[in-house]
Design a protein. Structure first.
Length: 296
């Protein structure tokens, strides 16, 4: 029961992250949000890894695995996070989350191509349900102007950056599965990824002269990005704890409910910013049904 509750906390934290980012990008830039969330996340992961005693175990990883963890940080925390934040700014959290459902079929392709995994009838059926969600984003584009500041051009931009985020997140997931599977070093891997992302982002921010933009970011946006960092950390920490005390068959399906939390939190916090068309709601429910079925 405790593992069930902790897994729900993890899914809820991820869902709430999208909501806080949506508020942050209203007045702050996606690059600023990416930089601040990585900057805040680094000490949190350093502390957590120290408490869990994983520093000494990192020495057992070969150098190429350490480089892979650094690459994960670049893929997921630099490229993926920036593109996802930009997608949220254009589409809103509800529709941007539906585009991210494409991570599942993308991960399946990576697994089939590079990890010697196999396709089954159950996976095929689940993928059909999952693909309904992103497909309905196209249907709801006609209503995208319901979101303040949204246009058809912005909808296309949001979809494009959402797809780029899918590719970056999926590449990072493939590396993570090949390096961390069975090691129990999820938090340590996260720490190294955050450190690598920080080393990449800092020069980008300096060379593109974005330091001034970061300093001039309105305080409300900084608070929303900071909350997003804490929620992301909470999600990863609670997922790690849930997997430590509960079966994977319980934790993984619960983690697939993130889009439902996004929908609920969007309605509670950002209803004036989001699209709640029937196609979006149906898409989210189909996506969740497919991903849960895939995890069972």
């Amino acid at each position: 029961m405790l593992g069930f509750a902790i897994a729900l906390v993890s899914a809820g934290s991820l869902g709430a992250t999208a909501i806080t980012v949506r508020r942050g990008v209203l007045t702050g830039s996606p690059l600023t949000g990416t930089f601040l969330t990585v900057l805040i996340g680094m000490p949190l992961f350093l502390i957590a890894v120290g408490i869990m005693g994983q520093f000494s175990r990192l020495s057992g990883l070969p150098w190429h695995d350490l480089l892979s963890l650094a690459a994960i940080g670049v893929f997921q925390l630099v490229i993926g996070r920036y593109c996802f934040y930009r997608s949220i700014g254009c589409l809103g959290a509800n529709q941007a989350e539906l585009v991210q459902a494409l991570q599942v079929p993308a991960s399946v392709v990576v697994g089939l191509s590079f990890l010697n995994e196999s396709m089954t009838v159950a996976i095929s059926v689940a993928l059909v349900f999952i693909m309904i969600g992103p497909g309905l984003v196209l249907v709801s584009r006609a209503r995208a102007t319901q979101v303040p500041g949204s246009t058809q051009t912005r909808a296309k931009e949001g979809s494009l950056y959402g797809l780029l985020a899918v590719l970056a997140f999926s590449a990072g997931d493939g590396l993570a599965r090949s390096v961390l599977a069975g090691t129990g070093l999820g938090l340590a891997g996260g720490m190294l990824s955050y450190l690598a992302a920080g080393l990449v982002l800092a020069p980008i921010v300096i060379l593109t002269k974005q330091i001034a933009a970061v300093r001039q970011t309105p305080k409300p946006a900084i608070r929303w990005f900071a909350l997003s960092s804490l929620l992301t950390f909470s999600a990863q920490l609670s997922r790690y704890l849930a997997l430590a005390i509960a079966p994977v068959t319980v934790v993984v399906p619960l983690m697939r409910t993130v889009p439902v939390f996004v929908l609920v939190f969007s309605f509670l916090v950002n209803r004036h910013l989001e699209v709640f068309s029937l196609s979006v709601v149906i898409g989210i429910l189909c996506t969740v049904a497919g991903t849960v079925f895939l995890a069972l």
